[in-house]
Design a protein around this ligand. Structure first.
Ligand SMILES: Nc1nc2c(ncn2[C@@H]2O[C@H](COP(=O)(O)OP(=O)(O)O)[C@@H](O)[C@H]2O)c(=O)[nH]1
Ligand SMILES: [Mg+2]
Length: 367
């Protein structure tokens, strides 16, 4: 019996095409749905392949017109199953069969990445050349770690000025106080200068942190005040600079912030963007764009305690090519801060065997 393979973008279209080519007496032997691989400039697309046969041999309803012979990208006709007589296009079909075998691994890998809210382009990069014979739960963690940017350089060698930028409420002031204390505990001489002289209570907040942590704090609302403040701290190793964040409504405030930051020597300054882990990617992207003029060197990711997964943050960091410097996971100052690291990333992945985060949560609920 002769079998014919027809491929189209849906089952209905494949059936229609098969009937058109071989008549309405065809019988369907098998059906297979799959998605094309997609590439840099081509999208993944759905395909349905049916294998059909005619008990009495083919009876073409009508001769094929020339444009039918010039088969579209969507439609391929190929004789199956004798592999020795394969043409180039039939070999393509055979490759599609191989893809079928691989699709279970890929499906599982995609499920895991989705579970962890890992999005493109990181997701596609992680799925590239995935070995078919290995469990994705074994292969992916290493890949995730190697593609995740951790700013070990800043952790070891912070520049003289470390400026925290980001939207109001993202956690700049609390994170800066925690980070300053962390460096002080590591033996660095640290000081804090706050440029946030506008918001009510801003001074009291930062002063209270400084006093509690024994870190000197100065306020600077104008360029000359900033210069004299940092000159008075010139013997310090690291000066942490708190800001009020750009305001979409207050252009004057934005000009002030730019003017103040313009005073700092760029080569001696790290600009850290503070974003909350629960922030939507579009919002985080918008923030990144509005601060891009400063040359963001790394990310401080706050409120990790308020999200289930870390994947959105890793995807964002990969997309903008900016590594993560530190995480915060609670309101307590100075305790709730974590250095970004491969170990921390692994602990926050879900679905890869032993779930440490879920385990800790269970334990804390029991105790
Ligand atoms: N749950 C949680 N809350 C945080 C974290 N970091 C900061 N916050 C809270 O977020 C709010 C805004 O923080 P603040 O440092 O004043 O933000 P700023 O406006 O960017 O300076 C405060 O109530 C903080 O206690 C965190 O890691 N987890
Ligand atoms: Mg603040």
């Amino acid at each position: 019996m002769q079998y014919y393979t027809v491929v189209a973008e849906s089952y209905e279209k494949a059936l229609e095409k098969a009937r058109e080519l071989y008549g309405s007496d065809i019988r369907i032997n098998s059906r297979r749905d799959y998605t094309t691989r997609g590439g840099l400039f081509t999208r993944r697309e759905s395909r349905c392949e049916i294998v059909c046969y005619i008990a009495d041999g083919p009876k073409r309803k009508k001769p094929r017109s020339s444009d039918e012979k010039d088969m579209s990208e969507f439609e391929k006709e190929a004789r199956t199953p004798d592999p020795s007589s394969l043409t180039a296009s039939e070999r393509l079909d055979t490759e599609i069969y191989r893809e079928k075998e691989s699709s279970e691994t890929e499906k599982e890998a995609r499920r895991l990445l989705e579970l962890n809210h890992i999005t493109d382009p990181l997701c596609s990069k992680l799925l590239e050349d995935l070995p078919e014979d290995k469990d994705p739960r074994v292969v992916l963690p290493d890949r995730i770690v190697s593609l995740s940017g951790v700013d070990y350089t800043r952790q070891v060698h912070p520049r003289h000025f470390v400026v925290f930028l980001g939207p109001t409420g993202s956690g700049k002031t609390t994170t800066l106080a925690k980070a300053a204390y962390l460096y002080a505990a590591a033996g660095k001489r640290v000081a804090i200068i706050s440029l946030d002289t506008y918001r009510v209570g801003a001074y009291e907040q930062i002063k209270a942190f400084g006093d509690a942590l024994s870190i000197p704090v100065a306020m600077a609302g104008a360029e000359d005040e900033l210069v004299s403040a940092y000159e008075s701290f010139s013997w310090k190793d690291v000066i942490f600079i708190d800001t009020m964040g750009l305001s979409p409504k207050d252009q004057e405030l934005n000009l002030r912030l730019r003017a103040l930051l313009g005073v700092l020597d760029r080569d001696r300054t790290d600009f850290i963007l503070t974003i909350s882990a629960s922030m939507k990617e579009e919002d985080a992207m918008e923030q990144f764009s509005s601060y891009s003029e400063f040359g963001i060197s790394s990310l401080a990711v706050t409120k990790l305690d308020e999200t289930e997964t870390i994947g959105n943050v890793l995807s964002f960091s990969y997309k903008i090519g900016v590594p993560i410097f530190l995480f915060t996971d609670g309101q307590k100052v100075p305790e709730d801060i974590k250095k970004a690291s491969s170990a921390l990333i692994l602990e926050h992945l879900a679905g890869f065997g032993l779930d440490m985060k879920g385990y800790r949560k269970q334990l804390s609920e029991k105790l």
